[in-house]
Design a protein around this ligand. Structure first.
Ligand SMILES: [Zn+2]
Length: 273
């Protein structure tokens, strides 16, 4: 896995500030990596250009001073995951600043994944390890199963339009359980990146979640639905992560996560619990 750290370039930009410096010191030298991400921001209706004007060097001091430490940490976690999986991982791992918009994202494009890890996301340092392991799980799984259903060179855009919902559901369940295998001993809510009340809501409403999730089984390109809050009652966002995680946890009583990570979602849903 290729490791890239763009935080120093972001620091160069923020020493000056403004859109012109953003392009000159951050975007232009790293266009290949940043272009797809900013394109996604537009798709998600994030007004990133406006965010640039609101940044201040002072508010980023903590991120810049932590950069070396987290650079080292990320490399160690990649190694740890590769050792656990017994294979070297393909793709790119990018530490960067995402204008505080995203924390972790494993982006699949033409058979290769790029992990974007946003060091400036609020409170990122409190769950950095679990998030890195989570994103690595996506990268590993995407390279092991035929995520594009026979179309190996599918672009990211066509992939998300065609992604069977169950692949998303099972992929998130596996990623959640995978980070637990790498860093055991935390609370379930931590692996799900939930706060206590979000976790409590899910635990109380398991039947309701199941009913909602099952509506999407058999559909494609619908995986954004549960990123919204309040899909059912006052549900938190990502209730399907909870469902996927509970399902995988049950399967882990008889199977190893390293076995499950290689099985397409259809196969996993057909397994006996
Ligand atoms: Zn995920």
């Amino acid at each position: 896995m290729k490791f890239i750290n763009l935080v120093p370039d972001f620091e160069k930009f923020l020493r000056i500030g403004g859109r012109k410096a953003f392009m000159k010191y951050y975007y232009d030298p790293n266009k290949k990596i940043l272009f797809p991400l900013l394109k996604d921001f537009e798709l998600w209706e994030i007004s990133w250009k406006k965010s640039i004007d609101e940044l201040s060097y002072n508010k980023y001091k903590n991120i810049f001073s932590n950069n070396k430490k987290y650079d080292k940490k990320a490399k160690e976690i990649i190694k740890k995951c590769e050792k656990f999986l017994g294979r070297k991982l393909k793709g790119e791992f990018v530490l960067l600043c995402t204008l505080k918009e995203i924390d972790g994202y494993s982006r699949h494009n033409r058979g290769i994944n790029t992990i974007y890890l946003g060091m400036d996301y609020p409170k990122i340092f409190s769950y950095f390890n679990l998030l890195v392991a989570h994103e690595i799980s996506h990268t590993a799984r995407d390279s092991m199963i035929d995520i594009c259903k026979g179309k190996k060179c599918m672009t990211h855009d066509s992939m998300i339009k065609n992604l069977p919902y169950i692949e998303h559901l099972i992929g998130e369940g596996i990623a959640t359980a995978f980070s637990q295998s790498i860093f055991p001993g935390k609370k379930e809510k931590d692996y799900l990146f939930f706060d206590a009340s979000e976790y409590r809501w899910c635990k109380k409403n398991e039947k309701l979640i199941e009913k909602e999730v099952k509506k999407l089984i058999g559909t494609r390109g619908t995986h954004y639905k549960f990123y919204e809050k309040g899909v059912v009652g006052n549900s938190p966002s990502r209730i399907d992560y909870y469902y996927g995680y509970m399902l995988i946890k049950q399967l882990l009583e008889k199977h190893d996560i390293r076995e499950l990570i290689k099985i397409p979602a259809k196969g996993i849903l057909g397994m006996k619990i």
